[in-house]
Write a protein that binds this ligand. Structure first.
Ligand SMILES: [Zn+2]
Length: 448
């Protein structure tokens, strides 16, 4: 399941949300609470309008991108990838030779990006990651030689799984914890990718957080956010685990600040300042609304999709740091690389998992991109702030009976029968289908 943009609680559980987020929302005004996470930080920084735990943008970094993009390319990426949900007045205006991008509404300051007249060489685009064409020679049996891949096993798992609401249990079966499943896939996938020549790191090698912060570090911030959003005397704890107003408690808010925002921002520090990978692959399992985690409802739905960054909501574009990160991402031309990789992996995953494409019930948060039918643009924290191509994989619905049975079967050699069909273990099928897609993409792009 996905980590969502910071100020829209309805996006909190990706697909679970259709059912769960509605109940979370009911009568609580919680959209405003989450929206205000940014406002709370605003107070601290005086005048800035930042996302949750966001940092003040360094607009001068964009000076390095002057004269590196044509007007047509810039406009195409804005209209068809990043701002498909529309742009609030005055944030980005495309003139004949320049784009004017609002830095801050508080002082009405702008960054002016100058376009180039000719399609420039990508070699002059500042970035730390390398596209397939920049990796040099490789033997055909090692199509990923020289490629630096970071795997991001989604969520925390272990004893944290209940807190992060990535835990469900059917009857007396062992619990399903998404953060443990993604780690299992990452281990298998890392071995395969190394055998294909890649240098592989994992942002997490065991259950638990990467960030050193804990929920207790966020109690004051959680309290401020709740007060600012109309909960004058926030309760410290929910009364019961199914307290319908648990989101209005300091405990629930501070836990979310920890396991989502602090955690992903820490992973981004590893990606952007230590590992400098050529690509990050975020590994998740999907789910449909399951209600009570101890008596979860099962669904006949089972599906697959992949996400790349884009399709910013208008209220996300209003945040100074998100608008800056979007423009930097656009200018680094990460989309040139991540879309064809996503499309290629989507095809191998679709073939091997035999899953149909997930269809979002609304286009309000996502935009379908590419040609496979499985890839969407969406603005998630991880896809936005890891500064390289990022592929976000969402196969299998954990509370679908067949997927659940396959998860319960664990990892095994060979095949076993499910619904009359011989299948590899779900973990190997996931890992192999991603590895095969990467192999296909890099082989073709490197002419191997
Ligand atoms: Zn997930």
């Amino acid at each position: 399941m996905q980590k969502s943009g910071p100020h829209d609680i309805a996006r909190r559980h990706c697909f679970i949300p259709a059912v769960r987020a509605r109940s979370i929302f009911r009568g609580s005004g919680l959209l405003a609470v989450i929206g205000a996470l940014g406002l709370a930080v605003t107070l601290a920084h005086g005048g800035d309008n930042l996302g949750t735990l966001g940092t003040r943008p360094r607009w001068n970094v964009l000076e390095h991108y002057q004269n590196t993009i044509t007007r047509e390319e810039f406009a195409d990426l804005i209209q068809n990838v990043y701002c498909t949900q529309g742009i609030p007045e005055g944030l980005v205006s495309i003139e004949s030779d320049t784009a004017r991008i609002l830095k801050s509404r508080s002082d009405n300051s702008f960054f002016t990006l100058r376009f180039t007249a000719d399609r420039p060489s990508r070699e002059h685009v500042p970035r730390l990651w390398r596209p397939a064409t920049g990796l040099g020679e490789a033997p055909s049996q090692k199509p990923l030689l020289g490629l630096k891949i970071a795997l991001d096993p989604g969520h925390l798992g272990g004893k944290w799984a209940k807190m992060e609401e990535r835990w469900l249990r059917i009857g007396e079966s062992p619990p399903v914890q998404e953060g443990d499943l993604t780690l299992q896939v990452a281990r298998i996938l890392a071995r395969r990718l190394r055998s294909l020549g890649a240098t592989v790191t994992s942002l997490r090698n065991q259950p638990g957080p990467v960030t050193s912060e804990r929920p207790g570090d966020f109690r004051d911030l959680a309290r401020k956010i709740l007060i600012k959003n109309g909960v004058p005397e926030p309760r410290p704890n929910p009364q019961t685990t199914d307290d319908p107003e648990k989101e209005q408690t300091i405990r629930w808010q501070s836990e979310m600040l920890f396991y989502r925002y602090s955690e992903i921002r820490r992973r981004a520090v590893l990606v952007n300042t230590r590992l400098h990978p050529d690509i990050v692959i975020c590994l998740h399992f999907n789910a449909e609304g399951w209600g009570d985690p101890n008596q979860p409802s099962l669904t006949s739905a089972n599906h697959l999709h992949l996400l790349v960054n884009g399709s910013y909501l208008q209220n996300e574009l209003e945040l100074d740091d998100e608008r800056f990160e979007m423009i930097r991402r656009l200018l680094s031309r990460v989309y040139d690389e991540e879309l064809p990789i996503a499309d290629t992996i989507a095809k191998t995953m679709a073939e091997q998992t035999q899953l149909p494409p997930f269809q979002y019930p609304t286009t309000r948060t996502t935009t379908k991109v590419g040609s496979s039918g499985y890839v969407y643009a969406r603005n998630l924290l991880a896809t936005r702030i890891y500064r390289c191509p990022v592929l976000y994989c969402e196969p299998y619905v954990m509370n679908n009976q067949e997927a659940f049975d396959r998860l319960q079967a664990g990892d095994y050699d060979g095949t076993r029968e499910f619904n009359g069909i011989q299948r590899k273990s779900i973990f190997r099928e996931y890992a192999d289908s991603v590895a095969d897609g990467l192999t296909e993409y890099y082989r073709k792009a490197r002419n191997l």
